[in-house]
Design a protein around this ligand. Structure first.
Ligand SMILES: *Cc1c(COP(=O)(O)O)cnc(C)c1O
Length: 373
């Protein structure tokens, strides 16, 4: 029996992932660049992406969650370092140590937890210290920073491998918050000069790598840019698109009289025209808010998405496409070089990050390049 035909195929270009990583290493002047592979490598597939990044020279990987780090461990060589951004919860120290994971210590309680575990087991456990310089999210807050500066012994026995902070507005170069956070990071480092002597520093995620050399410090920490998202709001994207989403036309509908398309009769075809329907919908993470506002490609022609996006279907106005190209089984490109995730995000009123991390579970996934089979 034949396998069911794929309604939609997501192709991940691992060569583009590696090329983007190498471009970021270049931005860092050859200094180490850690890769953020949280949320399944922003939806692309951490098990496929992380080994490619390792081969491109990456040695430190960040996940958000401990479970993600545990899943990543077996797909990377044993000497890969893996850090967990969401920190060290009570009772987790043993698992971190057993799997040689680095907790990102986000407050003094986590620091104390790790220190106590390391002391008890006579091991200097590697860890990352996270200082909040203006996100009010994770990381040591100013009062904790003061306490640490006054009592550097709190770090005794902890093998700090990195000190980091995270920026709020780095995609907007002119935002005053960028300089404020840079100054706050420098002040925090100065206050901890002795206990942090020789510890590499990291401030820049994707966008900050493109702000200026003073933001780069010793280790880059990008996620989005590796996956091809645009680092700066108003600057052309220097990175390659890493994903391509194609879908089969399921049915073609010639519309002769004035007719509406889809739920809510939200779109009207005024005269004779042609509607093509493809099998992708919001259940696949193709955000409903993009309905009527995005475009797709069909045989080199740009065609508008019309009407509402349904759970499993999208309708396209293909009236202007030569009829020999419009037929069931013809392939439509919904995301790709010409329709990058950032553009779809603009149409949907969100950011490229949400487009990538929403990429659906129903797509047939293909990995190309990167030495992949
Ligand atoms: C997600 C995250 C990153 C990566 O950010 P991008 O904008 O995707 O490069 C880096 N650091 C921290 C703390 C993060 O949460």
């Amino acid at each position: 029996m034949a396998a069911p035909a794929a309604a939609a195929t997501l192709t991940v270009d691992l060569d583009a992932v590696a090329a983007n990583y190498r471009l970021l290493v270049e931005r860092m002047g050859g200094k180490p660049v850690a890769a953020v592979v949280k949320a399944n490598a922003y939806g692309l597939g951490a098990a496929q992406v992380a080994p490619v990044l390792w081969r491109a020279g990456c040695r430190l990987f960040f996940t958000a969650q401990l479970a993600e780090a545990l899943a990543l461990r077996p797909v990377l060589p044993p000497s890969a370092d893996i850090a967990v951004l969401n920190g060290l919860a009570a009772g987790e120290a043993e698992l971190f140590a057993a799997e040689r994971l680095w907790p990102v210590l986000n407050d003094l309680a986590q620091l104390e937890r790790w220190r106590a575990y390391c002391a008890e087991h006579e091991a200097a456990g590697p860890a990352v210290l996270h200082i909040d310089t203006g996100m009010s999210r994770l990381g040591l807050e100013p009062t904790e920073l003061e306490r640490l500066a006054a009592s550097p012994d709190l770090l005794r026995g902890v093998d700090l491998r990195l000190v980091m902070s995270h920026m709020a507005c780095a995609d907007t170069p002119a935002h005053p918050k960028n300089r404020e956070q840079l100054a706050a990071f420098r002040a925090a480092l100065a206050g901890l000069e002795a206990p942090l002597a020789g510890v590499p520093r990291s401030l820049a995620a994707s966008s900050a790598l493109f702000l200026g050399p003073e933001f780069r410090f010793d280790v880059g920490r990008p996620g989005a840019a590796i996956y091809g998202l645009k680092p700066q709001e108003d600057t052309p994207n220097p990175l390659r698109c890493t994903v391509r989403l194609t879908a089969r036309i399921l049915q073609v509908r010639r519309v002769d009289s004035p007719m509406t398309v889809g739920y809510g009769a939200a779109h009207s075809v005024p005269g004779p025209g042609t509607i093509a329907t493809v099998g992708v919908g919001y259940a696949d993470g193709f955000l409903r808010s993009a309905g009527g506002r995005s475009v797709a490609g069909l045989g080199g022609h740009r065609v508008p998405l019309v009407g509402r996006i349904s759970m499993d279907l999208i309708t396209l106005d293909v009236s202007d496409v030569p009829t020999h190209l419009v037929h069931p089984d013809a392939t439509v490109e919904l995301i790709g070089e010409a329709f990058p995730p950032d553009d779809l995000a603009s149409a949907a009123g969100t950011i490229g990050y949400e487009i990538l991390t929403s990429l659906g579970a129903r797509y047939t996934r293909r990995y190309v390049g990167g030495g992949a089979a």
